[in-house]
Design a protein around this ligand. Sequence first.
Ligand code: CA
Length: 256
Amino acid sequence: MSHVLIVEDEAHLANGLRFNLEAEGHSVEVAGDGETALDRLLGASGDGKKARPVAFDAVVLDVMLPGKDGFTVAAELRAAKNYVPVLMLTARGRPEDVLKGFASGADDYLPKPFELPILLARLQGLLRRREWSRMGQSSELAKPPSAANSQEDDIFSFDGRTLDFRTLQLRVNANTIQLTLMEAELLRHLVRNSGRVVSRKSILEEVWGLHEDTDTRAIDNFIVRLRRYIEDDPAEPAHLLTVRGVGYRFVPEPAD
Ligand code: CA
């Protein structure tokens, strides 16, 4: 059983989701605004009372909320080093919302209005991912069953860095950086195409599943962040190179 937080101010929608998630065997809490959600997730101190943070397995986070919006909630969560899987509900026809959502730390998105079975499937995907990640952290031998013969895909080492796609962790020297699912997926796409030029369009389509004509500059924000993680000098990248007018090229072992 998983503990899921739904952050949605429209009560009928929140209650419908709660009903269906509980029918699937999950335990559910609903927060009607972003501040309440952050209090639950990160703990709150106020009015002389101190509430402990609640460990959720996943968060369904609407973008349109009174007060702090979903982007802000996701960004504050990640800034507080909380990496609970976040499924963001965006407005249909606004790919910029999707990209903004990923940039703020969401792991997956669903445009509103959505079909309930799709939401349940996406949520299940995130919960499964979290389970794998836990298994990966508790034992190097623990593997997701479907990835039994793809160990070479799970760990990728380059130039003194190690990427673990099961735990979504990047190890650089003695530091371990926790990646969001989307940061890890973007890196995986670049790694798979090592040495080749990867266009922004292919990133949009293959990493984010977006086919719309959209402003691809949002991808650049992701690249800036990834460079901060993997480059010795993010201003002079050696691994994650810009190919002007097209996209990017990942170079695992630069020849100085
Ligand atoms: Ca809403």
